[in-house]
Write a new protein. Structure first.
Length: 129
């Protein structure tokens, strides 16, 4: 079974800057990624009301998620017990604390989009049974 490309993205200072302004370029790229069939995880340290606020803020921007702080259901088969892992699985993690820069993230998302559009085999073989 092949899993569609998964991107996990942080909220604070990644999707939304410290001043409350959305990172419009990233939001646009991620909306396109999901529209083309990619899976998107909101991956944040927020919980409770703050987490709800982040989800609502993203929805108001037209950005929706396949999972929040957990794996997408399609990835569960990767784990021996079939229940997933507490660590979120993704092909790409986008976070302001990550090494590298946002331009590299955009390039990786484009590569994942090409995988979706042209159905090319991904670099890693673990996604096939």
């Amino acid at each position: 079974m092949k899993i569609k490309p998964v991107v996990a993205v942080d909220y604070d200072d990644t999707l939304i800057y410290e001043n409350g302004i959305p990172n419009e370029q990233l939001v646009s790229v991620l909306k396109n990624f999901r529209k083309k069939g990619g899976k998107l995880i909101l991956w944040t340290c927020r919980n409770g009301n703050k987490l709800h606020e982040a989800i609502v803020n993203c929805a108001e921007l037209g950005l929706f998620f396949d999972a929040v702080n957990c794996n997408v259901p399609e990835s569960y088969y990767l784990f021996e017990d079939g229940h997933g892992s507490p660590k979120v699985f993704a092909h790409l993690y986008i976070d302001d604390k990550a090494q590298g820069n946002i331009t590299q993230a955009y390039e990786k998302i484009e590569m994942l989009l090409n995988e979706l559009i042209y159905n090319r085999k991904m670099d890693e073989d673990i996604y096939d049974d």
